[in-house]
Design a protein around this ligand. Structure first.
Ligand SMILES: Cc1cc2nc3c(=O)[nH]c(=O)nc-3n(C[C@H](O)[C@H](O)[C@H](O)COP(=O)(O)OP(=O)(O)OC[C@H]3O[C@@H](n4cnc5c(N)ncnc54)[C@H](O)[C@@H]3O)c2cc1C
Length: 484
């Protein structure tokens, strides 16, 4: 049996941000994650937008933590070295009679504390964004909107938390939680973690973790969003994130550059029963392009390099309709961080602080002496200057061996991704940390090489190397085995 002061369930962006903030105090913290790596849930499949903060109703946690998270993002991205760009966003309005809805958004944004928002005429929009539709009545411009690498941010939180003493456990699925005299027993099949405090940051499964300790049941309905990702050749088709006026189901179909220079189009919004259904469908893909064409008719569909989908943790109609971040009255020491749908990524840094403040009030501890505040990311040969490249190659010749030609990722970067704290153990883990396999060929060429590097560095058999954890082993046997 392991004993901790705090156990966090879930290693998505929320759980990792909370872990980092809680590590500022002298306490033992464990993060239990049922998948084989960080960032395997919703945090890996979203729009990567740092919302300005005009969508959520004033006074809600969504509004406050979104605006606060947005304000924190720039400094944090420098401190923890993850990709972020404040590119600004536009909400398009296609007809005159809907213009008052832009005013409502602007008004709400101002009440939420969003700085610099203003309504633009069509001519002003076209000057900023020449590829936007000519059927335009106006747009709301939010200069504080941004784009971020969701993997990079989650990885940065996790690494920094680990350096500050947090223990990460993977392939540990929490199956039940029992109250004890001074806390909880968190049970992962046949393993027990004893703890004074539990943080429920389990994404679309947060209702199930909550329901393990509470009679007041929650229900999360996974709301799927499908995307098309386009080649970097289209990355500058738009500069700002282009939204349409939001509907009841969400913020509608957006067109945005990603922080790595691709073009992203999506997402749909479909309520499902299955919390694991991240399939993409022909209907979803065509809906995405059809609706995106209202904003920008000339998007080149032929440049799609992949499609993917993510699941929003949306409460059913009996739920709070806001982020649910609170300690349970009937289970003191158990903290829900549930219903973290959009703008959860934008809000994550602020959610981390907010939860840490709550836990500190309940379980005060002295500050950790020597807390490490910053972290340097994996060197990036694709973006490095000639001098930087030369210096890296001098230190380690593996930085001269290009493994992923589409994204220009070297063996040195891949080995470093494996060797770092909370390092990669799977092909997907390498992909998210280094971008090897994220390019036009979608790992067609580099996967066998990455597999060999994982085999060598993890000192394992190549048959054990997985795409994303147990059960996803890539090599099953020899071809023509029977004839060998
Ligand atoms: C389509 C879509 C678009 C979005 N776009 C944006 C955007 O542009 N900007 C923005 O701000 N937000 C956006 N969001 C929201 C954002 O992605 C989420 O709010 C955020 O990623 C939630 O992070 P999380 O850590 O709470 O959940 P997750 O990333 O899902 O992490 C939860 C983790 O808990 C683990 N877990 C679950 N059950 C257990 C268990 N029993 N035992 C152990 N571990 C368990 C899971 O495996 C998972 O890794 C979007 C979401 C979607 C779906």
């Amino acid at each position: 049996m392991s004993r901790y002061d705090v156990v966090i369930v879930g290693a998505g962006v929320t759980g990792c941000a909370i872990a980092r903030e809680l590590a500022r105090g002298q306490r033992n913290i464990a993060v239990l994650e049922k998948n084989a790596d960080i960032c395997e849930g919703t945090s890996k499949a979203n729009s990567g937008i740092v919302h300005a903060g005009y969508d959520a109703k004033e006074g809600t946690l969504k509004a406050k933590l979104n605006v606060r998270g947005n304000e924190m993002m720039e400094e944090l991205s420098k401190k923890l070295d993850f990709p972020f760009r404040r590119n600004g966003s536009l909400v398009l309005c296609f007809n005159e009679e809907d213009l008052p809805k832009l005013e409502v958004l602007k008004d709400r944004g101002e009440k939420n504390g969003v700085k610099g928002i203003r309504i633009l005429t069509p001519a002003e929009v076209w000057e900023m964004e020449p590829n936007i539709t000519k059927d335009l009545a106006g747009a709301l411009f939010a200069p504080t909107g941004g784009i971020v690498c969701p993997f990079g941010m989650t990885e940065a939180f996790a690494e920094n938390a680990s350096v500050n003493g947090v223990d990460f456990y993977f392939e540990k699925e929490v199956t039940s939680i029992e109250k004890t005299a001074d806390g909880f027993k968190v049970i992962c099949w046949n393993e027990i973690y004893e703890t004074k405090a539990v943080i429920n940051a389990a994404g679309v499964f947060a209702d199930e973790i909550h329901n393990m300790v509470s009679d007041k049941k929650l229900k999360i309905v996974p709301r799927r969003g499908q995307y098309n990702l386009l080649d970097k050749k289209c990355g500058d088709f738009v500069d700002k994130t282009i939204f349409q006026l939001p509907s009841k189901l969400g913020k509608g179909i957006l067109v945005t550059p990603t922080v790595h220079g691709n073009l992203l189009v999506g997402p749909t919004a479909e309520d499902l029963d299955d919390k694991t259904d991240t399939d993409t469908t022909a209907e979803g893909m065509s809906k995405v392009f059809k609706e995106a064409a209202l904003s920008a008719p000339d998007i080149n569909k032929k440049m799609v390099i992949t499609s993917f989908s993510g699941l929003r943790a949306h409460f059913d109609e009996s739920g709070p309709g806001d982020f649910l971040i609170e300690e349970l009255d009937k289970a003191p020491g158990f903290f829900d961080v549930a219903g973290i749908e959009s703008p959860g990524l934008s809000a994550a840094p602020a959610i981390g602080q907010y939860v840490a403040e709550m836990v500190n009030r309940r379980f005060p501890v002295p500050d950790r002496i020597g807390f490490v505040e910053s972290r340097k990311g994996i060197p990036n040969m694709a973006n490095a200057s000639d001098e930087e490249r030369e210096s890296l190659i001098k230190q380690n010749p593996l930085f001269a061996n290009v493994i992923c030609r589409c994204e220009f990722v070297t063996e040195g970067e891949i080995v470093e991704a494996i060797d770092r704290p909370v390092g990669a153990r799977t092909l997907d883990g390498i992909k998210r940390r280094t971008r090897a396999g994220m390019g036009r060929c979608q790992s067609g060429f580099c996967q066998p090489k990455v597999l060999e590097i994982l085999e060598r560095e993890l000192n394992t058999d190549r048959g054990n190397v997985c795409k994303s954890g147990s059960g996803s082993e890539v090599l099953k046997g020899f071809t023509k085995e029977d004839s060998l």
